[in-house]
Write a protein that binds this ligand. Structure first.
Ligand code: NAP
Ligand code: ZN
Ligand code: ZN
Length: 351
């Protein structure tokens, strides 16, 4: 079906109107009319082909993997949804479903690589997958999520990437009562990291380059906020953390954050800057620190996170924009000027 969307035509072009095709729902497919789609910094990286060495961008590229919408059609074998229900889709729309990772519910680490929601290889229709900056999407129900109708839907959309990407490593590395957790970078991911680390019961310290975000950091749940440009403030935190989650989108000095870890502490990267980050050996060796990474989260854990958010009333702090403001939003993301996630109101695409 012909579907209105917004796409980048090449790495240098702004995003603009584009029409893509969606398949007719198969027996296990759900067709979703998209209400809201969050704007992740990964959308910006990929429309500009900044992850070329890992996953070159195929153009036209329709980004968007924080999708919430209303079910408009269901295949005959669908059990999770009926027409009219609210459904959500995150960063993946399929995986091999049989490998060791998939069997463990870690579809994001599928050994054959999951089918990403956009800029992925579409195993069903062929060609490339197109994401959520569009009026509808068709997804196998196994890769759809249920969201609470008690939560604001626009503010729920960012949970599908920013939410799960921070929740998963915080859980994996045991953030909770008695642990000291650092969150680096107060953007889309970082502000969810602060909220989750606090909700899980950790002592939370936010590291930001932006003095203007100190008060927001505290409001969002940080016990302490450190302006990372201030050497004395950084020094006062040295070697005291169990876990630090780095959600920075650009080049920065990773060694400054490794120095924050105490014995056996872990620095986990979720930010995915374009260029490699050099690590000084002795920052790892002494005292036995770990440098790790984490990618989004599996479908079951994403549902767990959404249910956790519904119970606790946790959503993202959003600025809702019409789709024609998307290029302006990207410019603002690059300046760290986002409070704290842009979300596209997809009605603006149909207007
Ligand atoms: P974002 O909203 O743009 O936030 C990034 C934040 O990083 C900024 O708000 C800023 O926070 C800080 N920052 C930016 N430039 C910096 C610099 N030069 N030095 C130090 N700090 C800087 O981005 P996002 O959507 O949260 O995404 C963050 C990163 O995670 C991106 O690289 C994205 O691609 C990646 N990501 C990874 C996964 C995964 O699965 N691992 C999933 C989603 C996104 P302050 O103003 O507080 O310093
Ligand atoms: Zn994302
Ligand atoms: Zn697999």
């Amino acid at each position: 079906m012909s579907t209105r969307a917004y796409a980048a035509q090449n790495a240098k072009s702004p995003l603009g109107p584009f029409t893509c095709q969606r398949r007719d729902p198969r027996a296990t497919d759900v067709e979703i009319d998209i209400l809201y789609c969050g704007v992740c910094h990964s959308d910006l990286h990929q429309t500009r082909d900044e992850w070329h060495d890992f996953a070159p961008t195929a153009y036209p590229c329709v980004p968007g993997h924080e999708i919430v919408g209303r079910v408009s059609k269901v295949g005959k074998d669908v059990t999770k949804f009926k027409v009219g229900d609210i459904a959500a889709v995150g960063c993946m729309v399929d995986s091999c479903r049989t490998c060791e990772s998939c069997a463990k519910g870690l579809e994001q680490y599928c050994t054959s690589f999951p089918t990403l929601t956009y800029n992925g290889q579409d195993k069903i229709s062929g060609g490339v997958t197109y994401g959520g900056y569009s009026e509808r999407v068709v997804v196998d129900e196994a890769f759809t999520l249920k969201v609470s109708d008690k939560l604001n839907l626009a503010a729920t959309a960012p949970l599908l990437c920013a939410g799960i990407t921070t929740y998963s490593p915080l859980k994996h590395w045991g953030a909770g009562p008695g642990t000291k957790v650092g969150i680096v970078g107060l953007g889309g991911l970082g502000h969810m990291g602060v909220k989750f680390a606090r909700a899980l019961g950790a002592h939370v310290v936010l590291f930001t380059t932006s003095p203007g975000k100190v008060e927001d950091g505290k409001r969002l749940g940080a016990h302490e906020v450190v302006v990372s440009k201030n050497a004395d403030e950084m020094k006062a935190q040295a070697a005291s953390f169990d876990f630090v989650l780095d959600a920075v989108s650009a080049e920065h000095d990773i060694n400054a954050y490794l120095s924050l870890l105490k014995l056996d502490g872990t620095l986990c990267l979720v930010g995915a800057p374009e260029k490699p980050l050099p690590v000084a050996a002795f920052n790892l060796l002494m005292p036995r620190r770990s440098f790790a990474g984490s990618g989004i989260g599996g479908i079951a854990e994403t549902q767990e996170m959404l249910d956790f958010c519904a119970e606790r009333g946790i959503t993202s702090d959003v600025e809702v924009i019409p789709i024609h403001k998307i290029n302006e939003a990207y410019d603002r993301l690059l300046k760290g000027d986002v409070k704290y996630r842009f979300v596209i109101d997809m009605a603006s695409l149909k207007a």
